[in-house]
Design a binder for this molecule. Structure first.
Ligand code: B12
Ligand code: SF4
Length: 454
C-alpha cells in the first residue's frame, strides 16, 4: 500500500522558517511499517502541502487536541476520495469515539508491539476494525529505530534531531495526560540502542522528547556516561529534583546537556504543595536554578496560570520568582483542560469550561473560568507576565549570569529569548474563547467539522 502519515497543524501555527522542535512520532510509525508498503510523511508545521489527489491507499493522522479539528478536515478531504483513514496520538486516545466519526480506525495508545502492522494487514485485507489497542504497554526494549531520513531536522537556522529514551511518568499531575497515556512507571529503551540511534544522527544537536530524562538515577547515569564520547549537545526535560544531585548534574553536562525544560507549574504556596515534583519553597527552587546554572545547564522554567488555588497574587509571586531565579526562559502556560485529565473531568463537571473548540487548546488562550479570579483578569495578568518576560529589559536583566557561563551559553540564552519574543509578537495574544450563545458546550466536534458521512 501507499501510505501517507500526517501531522496536522493549524494555519496560524505553520512556521517553515522559524525554530520549531522537530517531531519524532511519524518517523517511528514509518519505521514500524512493514517494508512491503511505501511511506510518505507530511508535517504541516514545516509548510508541507498535502497532495489530496495522490494515489495513497491509507492515511494515518496523528492528533493532539489543538490540531484535531484540522486533522478531521484533512480526513474529510480524503474520505471524499474514498481513502482509508487511521487516527492515532494523544487526542485520539483520549477521545476515540469522537475520532472514529471521521475515520475508519483509531489506534488507542502506543502503536508499537505489532499494533500498527496489524492495522495495515487488516486494511490490506479490507478487514479494518474501528479500534485497536494493546492489552499492555509495549516493551520499549524491543527498539524501533526511527526513520531518520523522514525527519525534517532543519529548524530555523539550527539542525536538531529528536530522540527518545523513556516513556511514562509517576507524578500524574492533574492537568497532564502523560501518566494516564504512557503509564505511571517509567519504561526505558536499551542504552545501547539509544546511543546507536544518537550516533546515527548527523546533527550535532539533539532534543530528548522524554518527559523526564533524568528521573531514574541509575539509568540516567549510564545513559549520560555512554553519551559522552558522542560529543553531542542536547536539550531535554527533567524535574527540578536533578538539581539536588551534584554528581548527576555534572555528568549530564559532560554528556552534552546544555538546557532543560523544567515544570515548576506554580510558585504560590498552595500550588507548590499541589505537585509532587517541585521543591517545597520558592527559595529552594531559586537556589536549584542557580545550581543548575553553576553546572552549565540553563533552565527553561514552565509555569501554569489558572490553577484552582490561584488568586490575584499569582502574577506578582511568579514575577518575583522570575526576578530572583533568572531562568534562561519562562514558558508561561494557561490552564487548559485536556481530555483524559483530572482537570478536564473536574472543570467539565463544574461547568467551568468556556469552549469545546479544541483548536483553542494551545495553553496560550483562556478557555476556562478560574475559581478565584475572572477569566478577564487571568487574561490580563497572563498578558502582562508574557509582555514583561519577553521584553528587552527582562531579557537583559536575566542575561548576566548566562553571559558569565561562556559564549555558547550566551548565544543559546539570547537565541532562546529573542526567538520566544518573536514568536510571542507574531502570535495571537492571550484571549478569552467562549462558545457563542448558539453553540452548546457539548464536546460534539460536528458543529466545527461535520463528519463526511453525515
Ligand atoms: C516533545 C513534545 C513536544 C514538542 C514536539 C511536539 C510534537 N508534536 O511532537 C514540542 C516542544 C514542539 C511540543 C509542543 C507542544 N506540546 Co507537546 N509534548 C511533547 C511530549 C513531551 C513528547 C511527545 C513525543 O514525541 N512523544 C513520543 C511519541 C513517540 O509519542 P506520541 O507522539 O504519543 O506517538 C505514539 C502514539 O501516540 C501513537 N501515535 C501518535 N500519532 C499516531 C498516528 C497514527 C496514525 C498511529 C497509528 C499512531 C500514532 O504512536 C506513537 C508511538 O507509540 C509530549 C508528552 C508525551 N510524553 O507524549 C507533550 C504533549 C504531546 N504536548 C502537549 C502540548 C499541550 C503541547 C503544546 C500545545 C504546548 C504549548 N504550550 O505550546 C505544543 C503544541 C505543538 C504542536 N501543535 O505540535 C500535550 C498534548 C495534550 C493534548 N491532549 O493534546 C502533551 C501530551 C503533554 C501534556 N502536558 O499533556 N510538544
Ligand atoms: S506534568 Fe510532567 S511531571 Fe506532571 S505528570 Fe506530566 S510529565 Fe509527569
Amino acid at each position: 500500500m501507499k501510505i501517507l502519515l500526517v501531522s496536522p497543524c493549524l494555519q496560524s501555527e505553520i512556521r517553515p522558517n522559524q525554530f520549531s522542535i522537530p517531531h519524532l512520532t511519524l518517523s517511528l510509525i514509518a519505521a514500524m511499517t512493514p517494508p512491503e508498503h511505501e511511506v510518505f510523511v507530511c508535517e504541516e508545521v514545516y509548510g508541507d502541502i498535502i497532495d489530496f489527489d495522490s494515489d495513497y491507499d491509507l492515511i494515518g493522522i496523528s492528533l493532539m487536541s489543538q490540531t484535531c479539528l484540522r486533522g478531521y478536515e484533512i480526513a474529510n478531504e480524503f474520505k471524499k476520495r474514498e481513502k482509508t483513514i487511521v487516527f492515532g496520538g494523544i487526542h485520539a486516545t483520549a477521545m476515540p469515539e469522537e475520532a472514529i466519526r471521521y475515520g475508519d480506525a483509531v489506534v488507542i495508545g502506543e502503536a508499537e508491539g505489532g499494533l500498527w502492522a496489524e492495522v495495515l494487514s487488516d486494511a490490506k485485507n479490507h478487514k479494518i476494525k474501528p479500534f485497536y489497542k494493546l492489552d499492555k504497554l509495549p516493551d520499549l526494549q524491543e527498539h524501533i529505530f526511527p526513520r531518520r531520513d523522514l525527519i525534517k531536522c532543519k529548524s530555523g537556522k539550527l539542525e536538531i534531531a529528536p530522540i527518545e529514551a523513556t516513556r511514562g511518568c509517576p507524578y500524574n499531575c492533574d492537568f497532564c495526560s502523560v501518566s494516564r497515556f504512557f503509564g505511571k512507571k517509567q519504561r526505558h529503551k536499551l542504552i545501547r540502542d539509544i546511543v546507536t540511534d544518537a550516533e546515527s544522527c548527523p546533527q550535532k544537536h539533539l532534543f530528548f522528547v522524554d518527559d523526564n530524562v533524568a528521573m531514574d538515577k541509575k539509568f540516567a547515569t549510564e545513559l549520560f556516561t555512554e553519551m559522552i564520547p558522542l560529543k553531542k549537545i542536547w536539550v531535554g526535560q527533567a524535574s527540578i529534583n536533578l538539581s539536588k544531585d551534584e554528581e548527576l548534574m555534572k555528568l549530564a553536562y559532560k554528556s552534552g546537556c546544555r538546557a532543560l525544560l523544567i515544570g515548576f507549574e506554580s510558585m504560590t504556596e498552595a500550588g507548590i504543595g499541589a505537585y509532587r515534583k517541585t521543591l517545597k519553597t520558592v527559595d529552594e527552587n531559586v537556589e536549584a536554578i542557580k545550581r543548575l546554572r553553576n553546572n552549565g545547564i540553563l533552565t527553561m522554567a514552565s509555569v501554569v496560570f489558572g490553577l484552582d488555588s490561584d488568586t490575584e497574587a499569582v502574577f506578582d509571586i511568579t514575577h518575583n520568582f522570575l526576578l530572583k531565579s533568572k531562568p534562561a526562559f519562562l514558558q508561561a502556560c494557561l490552564m487548559t483542560p485536556y481530555p483524559g485529565t483530572q482537570v478536564f473531568e473536574n472543570l467539565k463537571a463544574q461547568r467551568r469550561i468556556l469552549t469545546d473548540d479544541w483548536s483553542k487548546y494551545d495553553t496560550k488562550k483562556v478557555v476556562i473560568s478560574p475559581k478565584n479570579i475572572s477569566p478577564e483578569r487571568l487574561r490580563e495578568g497572563y498578558a502582562e507576565i508574557r509582555e514583561t518576560t519577553y521584553g528587552v529589559s527582562s531579557i537583559f536583566y536575566r542575561a548576566l549570569p548566562h553571559i558569565l557561563m561562556g559564549i555558547p551559553e550566551t548565544l543559546l540564552y539570547f537565541s532562546l529569548n529573542f526567538g520566544a519574543r518573536m514568536t510571542y509578537h507574531n502570535s495571537d495574544k492571550a484571549n478569552i474563547y467562549r462558545n457563542p450563545d448558539d453553540l452548546p458546550i457539548d464536546f460534539d466536534t460536528a458543529k466545527y467539522v461535520k463528519p463526511f458521512s453525515l
